[in-house]
Design a protein around this ligand. Structure first.
Ligand SMILES: [Ca+2]
Length: 495
């Protein structure tokens, strides 16, 4: 007995010795799951932890508190489809030639005509889903796709499962089921986001023993502005109770944001319940800024203060978005990162996290860089020269074609109608209220040269002078019949 007792510490350390490599082996054998949550038209200040004074988003706030929050994160474009194409490929919309929402706004009497851009994601590009699937991951797309129709749907781009993805930019038939999406098992009157969340939870259940990639692209908070009745009522009461918020005052939009947050909460709860929380990387962002203008006038739907304007615009309100990343064991709790980052970074970051190389030919064209250095240490530098945007289109919100570059705290915008420029220093003037181009001619010249060199390097398509230009009616949209005709003339998706 006595000698056995003396051996107990030895057995204890032996057990520790054997257990450690086993744990390490299990970790390496089970690469982390990746969940990419992409909201639609959610502005930079649209959630609580980014400063909304009305919308309640406790689940997203908790995610930020447990992970890293990026303050200078950008959508790769100021509208939907290009940003989504960039998220899937790591390539700038300008290089993909997917530069507008599909099929885009037609303004036949405007000064410029858009180039012959591509209205779907071409098969020649590797997507993050294809690469992860080839690396042994189960892959699912849930929600809004908006990167082409038949032949260019999620199942054509590497997703094993697709739920709710179409060529459309908003839920056809609205947010209450049944709508025009093919969603088996939908209950009468059910809110779309609740239904899609249930489907996402089922996938997580089904795949709990396997590595999976879930791309949940929410329809919220894109138009039509429709929220669940109980949540709309909640926010109406909140408004009545006061005090009146300064930024956000739309109870229906608030309800839509609340549903988005509830969905994120349900997914995280399920990960915890299944014991997957510690081995799942969660990335949350938005595809462009909040919709603040329609026809050039404020919509009353949302505001992006202190940022200028919103969706469709060259200004920060159009492109600066929330980005939260939680990588268990790596991102420090409550991390804050102020490095400028972009949607194009998702692809290389995910590959870096899961340690999969991907297709070298595709990678040679990837514009993004891995964010792993700032996920490990939010104060680190990425050492990147600049971020770029190229939007050779008009937007129904009243904005005109432009290109932009952000280098350090400087941002130069070039408006293509007159090729005039505006320069802002974002640290001193986050609201882009004072164009300082005249005070800094050398800075303008240098940034402009950089922007033009980048455009050449990605073969960006420029808009061209419109022979039908009519200054009196330049903002007039195309009649519906013309829209249909033009759309048909465009390229059809590849089989
Ligand atoms: Ca959008």
């Amino acid at each position: 007995m006595r000698s056995q007792n003396r051996l107990l510490p030895f057995y204890f350390f032996l057990a520790l010795f054997m257990a450690a490599p086993l744990a390490a082996r299990i970790e390496t054998e089970r690469p982390p799951n990746i969940i990419l949550l992409l909201a639609d038209d959610l502005g930079w200040n649209g959630i609580g932890c980014y400063g909304s004074d009305f919308h309640e988003t406790p689940n997203l706030d908790r995610l930020a508190a447990r992970g890293t929050k990026f303050l200078d994160a950008y959508a790769a474009c100021t509208v939907c489809s290009p940003t989504r194409a960039a998220a899937m490929t790591g390539i700038y919309p300008a290089r993909l030639h997917v530069t507008n929402w599909i099929p885009g706004t037609k303004m036949p009497k405007a000064k410029l005509s858009p180039p012959d851009w591509t209205l779907y994601l071409e098969q020649r590009h590797a997507t993050i889903a294809e690469v992860l699937r080839d690396g042994g991951y189960k892959t699912a797309h849930v929600g809004k796709w908006h990167l082409g129709g038949e032949g260019s749907l999620p199942e054509n781009h590497g997703f094993d499962i697709d739920i709710g993805g179409t060529d459309r930019g908003s839920p056809p038939g609205g947010y209450f089921l049944p709508n025009n999406l093919d969603l088996p098992g939908a209950k009468e009157g059910e809110y779309l986001t609740d239904h899609l969340t249930k489907q996402a939870l089922k996938l997580i259940d089904d795949w709990k023993e396997e590595a999976f990639f879930l791309y949940f692209a929410y329809y919220n908070v894109h138009t039509p502005i429709q929220g669940r009745a109980d949540l709309v009522e909640r926010y109406k009461e909140k408004l009545e109770a006061g005090p009146t918020p300064e930024q956000h005052t739309n109870p229906v939009y608030a309800a839509m944001t609340h549903s988005l947050d509830q969905s994120v909460g349900r997914i995280i709860q399920r990960l915890k319940k299944l014991g997957l929380d510690d081995n799942t990387v969660v990335i949350f962002s938005s595809d462009n800024g909040g919709l603040s203008h329609k026809g050039g006038n404020p919509t009353g739907i949302t505001r992006n203060d202190p940022l200028r304007r919103g969706k469709g615009a060259a200004f920060e309100g159009g492109t600066r978005v929330p980005l939260i990343v939680k990588w268990p064991g790596v991102t420090p709790a409550g991390g804050i990162c102020t490095e400028p980052v972009s949607t194009v970074d998702f692809y290389p970051t995910i590959l870096d996290i899961v340690d999969i190389q991907g297709d070298p030919g595709h990678n040679a064209n990837v514009d993004g860089i891995s964010l792993v250095p700032v996920l490990e240490a939010p104060g680190a530098s990425l050492g990147r020269d600049a971020l770029f945007w190229h939007f050779p289109h008009y937007h129904a919100g009243g904005d005109s074609p432009y290109g932009a570059v952000r280098a350090g705290n400087w941002k130069l915008i070039e408006f293509y109608e007159e090729m005039d420029t505006e320069l802002y220093h974002l640290k001193r003037d986050l609201s882009e209220s004072k164009n300082v181009a005249d005070q800094h001619p050398e800075k303008v010249a240098r940034l402009r040269k950089q922007l033009h060199a980048w455009r050449d390097s990605v073969a960006a398509q420029m808009p061209v002078p419109n022979p039908d230009y009519d200054p009196e009616n330049a903002r007039e949209g195309a009649p519906k019949s013309l829209k249909g005709k033009k759309a048909k003339e465009k390229k059809t998706p590849q089989p």
